[in-house]
Design a protein around this ligand. Structure first.
Ligand SMILES: [Zn+2]
Ligand SMILES: [Zn+2]
Length: 746
């Protein structure tokens, strides 16, 4: 449940009953008129002064009544107290301002007035936002779309209303969430783009993440002390990224401790200091580090042993300061005996699991759940870093709303104290797949994760897409129904051709929905822009498939118009990134890849597998090499009789023998077709194969490469001198394990 502090509620309810009997006006504004004044104490903080102005502004917008803000030391009249300062103790009764958490607040009647107050620094401001949102129905969906109801009479909901957020740190990593007004009104406290101090400030993590190199810089120390850095495969590492620290070296502990103490002096604004391993692998394998990790059953052993030593020094000098460290990549499994110190938070990462289904909806998440439970047994301070986007393709249809709406509750139920939702943040511009929707839904659930997530999604769609909301809702349902089956799975690092839910049928249905939506939005340019942005992932997916030969997704005839539309929407919404580390140059490259997509040949006669034991099949002359006969039927692997079969791949350019042949783990296979030309012509073709490949033109061996590799289009370019009329091409590909197939483009 949301922490509403029920115990406190009970104790002061008694004192309250007396006050509740006093005459209280049920309405703050009645018929556009109000006899209330907003009281902001002369000692109110900047944030509380801002809160009072916010209250004034929005009450005026809603009701037309502008309530004066007063600051007298001993105010009189009917007051809305914004903040605890100067509220007469008789009105407070048993209510103890000191009992409020940093972001916790209460809205309650006091005498004939109203109190909106909370802890420092943000409680009072969040109380005002809570009043506007929960009692008056205000919403801030996006920078452009807000809902401020109009009502001449303002009625309060159920009081007292005491709330605190489920998570102390709340950060959805979407550009849309970092707009200051959006963040304030949706009560986010992001660290990477903080809310200004006078508007409540943020939960600051200093430094944000991956801090080993800042604790003990490789540039400063490696020259004289390579032993400070991680030993990997017998070599001390000196790369800025990738090098970790030798955590059992006492000098490293000493230098890192000094760095943390300096940070604490220099950054009094920080809520927590990060002692985080660098990104990637590269943990130290020296004798001491390896022995400790071995004993603890995890590399978290050396990490925590290191962090705890710093934590002990910090606890002595700065008892109020918290530290945090990652449980990530090699340190996810908790140690067997070492426990985090009370001033250490574990920042656990959920990143290499199924994105089609939420935790609890498929077994893929079980290792994570087990690790989280393990950490829960040794600490009550765990914060979460979870991932909700395709790192390579921010624009791809990525139907993971089940994770978006269920994970916050899962973490809250396990008392996790913070949630960073890694999304498709692009600093300069937003526009990742449904990023505005994700930013808003996350914000609501990070405050109260026990809300109905799908109802929040519906509410956003209804209000942001207005008359075309039913189409957007239909598309969202279509995409999410497609990924519901247990056999569907995708990760945060996938390529479009691995996203099996993106079928030509799915694309066709989605296209039909968006065409209707765009037609219905024609008279409203702002709405049309939003619909086009929602449509963009479908254009992007079609172009991705086109580039790899998927003409069933997008035909040659349709491609130019779709590409123009894609570029227009990208420019219109100033989209600057396709994925993590794929910036504007990646967009240019992507467009070029589509424009120059080769003409893949994907219709062949195929036959196989023939024996390839010890790779002897590569040079064995099997019957297909002696001439094509469509009715031929030959003994293959294990004596199985093999016929020629006509095959065409319309989904992509790859002729995937591993999928088409059985058994798929050994053998050679053949593909055959005819090229007919009106006159003698040289045709340049691109070949790619996994593994070795041979090519015969009109029965003559023209090319071979006894390769062992993953296939990619155009690994070799071969010129075929075609004669007028029919020419036969035979391709042979052998299998050395893993993938097995080829590309052929002209
Ligand atoms: Zn070491
Ligand atoms: Zn799954």
């Amino acid at each position: 449940m949301l922490r509403r502090c029920r115990n406190t509620l009970c104790t002061w309810t008694m004192a309250w009953m007396f006050l509740a009997c006093l005459p209280v006006s049920a309405q703050l504004v009645d018929g556009g008129r109000s006899d209330y004044q907003i009281y902001s104490s002369p000692s109110a903080t900047k944030t509380e002064q801002f809160a009072a102005r916010e209250l004034q502004t929005y009450i005026a917008q809603i009701s037309g009544a502008t309530l004066p803000i007063v600051h007298e030391a001993t105010p009189d009249g009917k007051l809305i107290y914004v903040g605890f300062q100067n509220v007469p103790p008789t009105l407070l009764g048993a209510l103890k301002p000191a009992s409020f958490g940093k972001e916790e607040y209460i809205i309650q009647r006091v005498g004939d007035g109203l109190l909106i107050a909370g802890g420092q620094p943000r409680g009072t401001l969040y109380g005002v936002i809570g009043l506007l949102k929960d009692h008056f129905g205000c919403r801030w969906y996006t920078k452009e779309v807000t809902k401020i109801p109009r009502a001449a009479t303002l009625q309060l909901g159920n009081l007292p209303d005491r709330q605190a957020p489920a998570f102390a740190s709340r950060e959805p990593w979407y550009k849309e969430a970092y707009d200051t007004h959006f963040a304030v009104h949706n009560r986010l406290n992001p660290s990477t783009v903080p809310v200004p101090e006078n508007m409540g400030g943020s939960f600051i993590m200093y430094p944000f993440v991956h801090t080993f190199n800042r604790l003990v810089p490789v540039e400063k120390y490696f020259g004289e002390h390579p032993e400070y850095f991680s030993l990997v495969d017998g070599k001390r590492q000196n790369k800025h990224f990738g090098a970790q620290l030798c955590l059992t070296n006492p000098e490293v502990v000493r230098i890192a401790t000094a760095s943390v103490l300096r940070w604490i002096e220099e950054h009094p604004e920080a809520d927590v200091f990060s002692i985080d391993q660098n990104d990637g692998y590269g943990f130290c394998e020296c004798e001491n580090c390896a022995a400790l990790d071995e004993a603890e059953g995890s590399q978290s052993g050396t990490v925590l042993n290191f962090v705890n030593q710093i934590a002990d020094v910090v606890a002595e000098k700065h008892p109020e300061v918290r530290l945090q460290t990652l449980a990530y990549v090699y340190s996810e499994v908790p140690p067997k005996t070492i426990k985090p110190r009370p001033n250490v938070t574990i920042r656990m990462c959920h990143y290499a699991y199924c994105s089609a289904h939420a935790i609890g909806q498929c077994d893929d998440h079980l290792p994570f759940v087990e690790r989280l439970e393990g950490w829960s047994k040794i600490t009550d301070s765990i914060t979460i870093w979870d991932y909700f986007t395709d790192f390579r393709h921010y624009l791809i249809p990525y139907p993971n709303f089940e994770s978006v709406i269920n994970h916050p509750r899962f973490y809250a139920e396990r008392n996790c104290t913070g949630l960073f939702a890694q999304g498709s943040n692009v600093r300069e511009a937003g526009g990742g797949e449904f990023s505005a929707l994700r930013a808003w839904v996350f914000a609501q659930l990070m405050w109260d994760p026990y809300q109905d997530g799908w109802a929040l999604i519906d509410e956003f769609v209804e209000n942001v897409y207005g008359p075309v909301a039913p189409f957007i809702a239909e598309y969202i349902q279509l995409a999410h129904a497609a990924v519901k089956p247990q056999e569907i799975t995708f990760s945060i690092f996938t390529n479009p051709d691995e996203l099996t839910y993106i079928t030509p049928e799915f694309i066709a249905q989605s296209e039909a929905i968006f065409r209707k939506a765009e037609a219905a939005a024609q008279s409203d340019p702002a709405l049309l822009r939003r619909v086009e942005l929602a449509h963009l992932p479908i254009h992007y997916a079609r172009l991705c498939f086109f580039a790899i030969g998927g003409r069933a997704y997008l035909s040659d005839a349709e491609m130019p118009a779709v590409l123009v539309e894609f570029q227009r929407i990208v420019a219109d919404h100033k989209i600057k990134q396709l994925g993590e580390g794929f910036g504007e140059e990646a967009i240019v490259e992507f467009v070029a890849r589509v424009e120059n997509a080769p003409d893949f040949v994907t219709d062949w006669w195929i036959i196989g597998p023939f024996d390839n034991t010890d790779r002897r099949g590569y040079d064995t002359i099997y019957p297909p090499e002696k001439g094509f006969d469509a009715t031929g039927n030959y003994a293959g692997v294990g004596g199985k009789m093999l016929p020629w079969a006509a095959y065409e791949n319309k989904l992509n350019a790859y002729i995937d023998f591993a999928k088409l042949m059985s058994p798929a783990d050994e053998g050679v296979a053949y593909a055959y077709r005819i090229f007919e030309v009106a006159q003698d012509t040289d045709m340049s073709v691109g070949l790619g194969s996994n593994d070795g490949i041979k090519l015969w033109l009109n029965g003559e061996l023209l090319f071979e490469s006894k390769a062992s590799r993953t296939a990619a289009p155009g690994q070799e370019i071969v010129t075929l001198s075609l004669k007028q009329g029919k020419n036969t091409v035979l391709v042979k590909v052998d299998q050395l394990g893993g993938g097995w197939g080829f590309y052929f483009s002209k």
